[in-house]
Each structure stands twice: as structure tokens, then as C-alpha cells.
Design a protein around this ligand. Structure first.
Ligand SMILES: N[C@@H](CCC(=O)N[C@@H](CS)C(=O)NCC(=O)O)C(=O)O
Length: 215
């Protein structure tokens, strides 16, 4: 069994995605709590872990793998959290890319105005909001006739998208008129071994208040 170490930040849904899968798989791993507003990602040592200075990073016997969805793929391969059929594997990639391209607008909307990266009245906030609403609408349409994103089987496609979709209300996007998305979130949370240990964003998660790649 490889030795697993996860560089993780409690309030980050990107990190939560990996913690959820590790909990499902019941894998032993060492957590290195990495405070991205405490300067932990700005050290020389962290630059060797991930030159992009982001979390999460999975260390596998001394090798470093950044990017939450690459980590999900690595851990899920060979388990029932990643299907075997080529078409379904490709469909999982589709939803992992959708998450990074589209759902990440929810991430930006949750974080940037409150962190002072964007002023709340900045027109970019409206752009993010309409992008995030379109992503939620696409998910709603897809899930109207399905129980999970790919092949009606729970997979890392669901785990990846859960991360930021479940915090949409924190970004000011209520899910009241998205019944299929809400039912899917509940199905994800009901999976065996599911744990959501997301920590609320602390007050130092602000530009100028803490030390991070945002300044
Ligand atoms: N595409 C990357 C994004 C990673 C990312 O944005 N991580 C954030 C936390 S959610 C981070 O570490 N930011 C570093 C900083 O703010 O200094 C992934 O999915 O892992």
C-alpha cells in the first residue's frame, strides 16, 4: 500500500472532494493542513510540492499529484467509483471538465467578492453569476431523468460536481427552483461512508488580511 499524504485546506471544496473519496474508500492517509491564507503555500518547500501553490495535492510515496480531479481519478481507478466501460469513463472525463470549466464559476462567486479579490459591485460578479446559473441549469436538465451524472451509478463525476454545487447557496444562488439538483445532492450525501467536513471560510480569507497567492 502506498503512503498517502494530502495537502489540504479545510474550507476548500476542491480539497473536500478528495477527502470525500478517501472516506468512501476508507484509506489511511496523513493530512497536512495547509492554510492558504497563512502563507503555507508560499514557502520554498511548498513550491516543490506544487509550483502552482494551490491545494489539494496528493503525495504518493514521495511523488506529488496536484489538481483535485486528477487526484480523484488516481484514487478511484480500479474501484466502483470509476466505471470500466470506455464510453462511461469518457463521460466521467466530460463531467470532470464541466466541473472545472463551468461549476468553478460558483467557486469564484463564493470566494472572490467576500475575499476582496473582486469588489461586490464589479460587473465581473454579474458575469460569474449568470455563468454559474447556466451551469446549475445544465445540471438540473441532465439530472431530471437520471439519479447520478454518469450511467446512473455514483462516481467521481458526482463527487467532483458536489464540491461546489452544494455551496451554491453560500454564493447567493438558492437551489429552490432546482429540485433535481437538490435531490441529487441528497443522494450523494446518502452514499455509504460519505463525510462532509468542509470548514467555513475564516475571517482571514481576505486579500491583505492573510498571505496567499492573491496578495
Ligand atoms: N483546478 C484546481 C484548483 C485548485 C485551487 O484553486 N485551490 C485553491 C483552494 S480551493 C488554492 O489552493 N488557492 C491557493 C491560494 O489561494 O493561495 C483543482 O481542482 O485542484
Amino acid at each position: 500500500v502506498p503512503h498517502l499524504r494530502l495537502y489540504t485546506y479545510g474550507p476548500s471544496p476542491n480539497c473536500l472532494k478528495v477527502r470525500v473519496l478517501l472516506a468512501h474508500l476508507d484509506l489511511a492517509y496523513e493530512q497536512v493542513e495547509t492554510n492558504i491564507f497563512g502563507g503555507d503555500t508560499l514557502t520554498g518547500a511548498y513550491g516543490a510540492v506544487n509550483p502552482a501553490r494551490q491545494t489539494p495535492v496528493l503525495e504518493v510515496d514521495g511523488e506529488h499529484l496536484p489538481q483535485s480531479n486528477a487526484i480523484l481519478w488516481y484514487l478511484a481507478d480500479g474501484t466502483h467509483y470509476l466505471p470500466e466501460r470506455p464510453f462511461e469513463r469518457a463521460s466521467v472525463v466530460r463531467w470532470l471538465l464541466f466541473e472545472q470549466e463551468r461549476v468553478s464559476e460558483i467557486a469564484a462567486l463564493r470566494f472572490r467578492p467576500q475575499a476582496g479579490v473582486l469588489a461586490p459591485e464589479d460587473p465581473a460578479v454579474e458575469g460569474l453569476r449568470s455563468g454559474a446559473e447556466r451551469a446549475l441549469e445544465l445540471l438540473e436538465r441532465h439530472l431530471e431523468s437520471r439519479i447520478f451524472l454518469v450511467g446512473d451509478v455514483y462516481s467521481i463525476a458526482d463527487i467532483a460536481n458536489y464540491g461546489y454545487v452544494h455551496v451554491a447557496p453560500e454564493a447567493g444562488m438558492e437551489l429552490d427552483d432546482r429540485p433535481a439538483v437538490r435531490a441529487w445532492l441528497e443522494r450523494v450525501e446518502a452514499q455509504p461512508g460519505f463525510v462532509n467536513d468542509l470548514v467555513p471560510l475564516p475571517a482571514d480569507a481576505r486579500v491583505g488580511r492573510g498571505l496567499s497567492i492573491y496578495g
